[in-house]
Design a protein around this ligand. Structure first.
Ligand code: PRP
Ligand code: URA
Length: 212
């Protein structure tokens, strides 16, 4: 697996306000979107393109344009929804599929409660969005789901990650070719006894949308 930690002061600055427990939901939502847009630069570095002939007012030249089929962006509900606008702002022609996953807070196992995705993902470049990679269970299950539908080029984008979650992805997805890419805003210290990232930012879904 390829792991890229976005090392940028603006990302660290925005993450600091996102982590702060005094940050209210409207500000949290805005920051999550902005952070996603910044991470999208890294995540789309290898987006598939093809040559494109144009004429400038001065001369003909060859540029590039996004290839077809267009990339598929998959936010993991709920909290991944908070990153979607930030991603499609940069990649407006992307298609969007949805996966609903919920972690059982006792067992820390994820269940999939909804999916709305194309049946066939062969040849599609897929970007999976979830702000939090904690134990890694939700992300590994989501990626396995996409692989089962034929996806063969998957980039996971998270705002924060725990070392335990990165290690789980490395171990559980070691057999995947081409390898999965993980782009994250930071790798924090550890998980606590409740499976929360330390220092983290708390429950991302609750901070975005309220306690359920
Ligand atoms: C959170 C988060 C991830 C998951 C991470 O979602 O958004 O999906 O937990 O934990 P893991 O790496 O240990 O699986 P949650 O299940 O709380 O659902 P929500 O987005 O609806 O709040
Ligand atoms: N899910 C969250 O929203 N936050 C964590 O720290 C861990 C899992």
């Amino acid at each position: 697996m390829r792991v890229h930690v976005a090392d940028h002061r603006l990302i660290a600055h925005k993450l600091t306000y996102l982590r702060d427990k005094r940050t209210d939901s409207p500000t949290f939502r805005r920051l999550a979107e902005e952070l996603m847009t910044l991470l999208a630069y890294e995540a789309t570095r290898d987006v598939r393109v093809e040559p494109f002939e144009i004429e400038t007012p001065v001369a003909p030249t060859t540029g590039i344009k996004l290839s077809n089929p267009k990339p598929l962006v998959v936010p993991i509900l709920r909290a991944g929804l908070g990153m979607l606008e930030g991603m499609v702002r940069l990649l407006p022609s992307a298609e969007v599929g949805f996966l609903g996953m919920q972690r059982n807070e006792e067992t820390l196992e994820a269940i999939t409660y909804a999916n709305r995705l194309p049946d066939n993902l062969h040849g599609r470049q897929v970007y999976v969005l979830d702000p939090m990679l904690a134990t890694g269970g939700s992300m590994v299950d989501a990626i396995r789901f996409l692989l089962d539908r034929g996806a063969d080029d998957i980039t996971a984008v998270t705002l924060l990650a725990a070392p335990e979650g990165v290690a789980r992805m490395e171990a559980d997805l070691a057999d995947v070719t081409p390898p999965i890419t993980l782009v994250t805003g930071a790798i924090d210290e550890r998980l606590n006894e409740h499976g929360y990232i330390v220092p983290g930012l708390g429950d991302a879904g609750d901070r975005l949308y309220g306690v359920v």
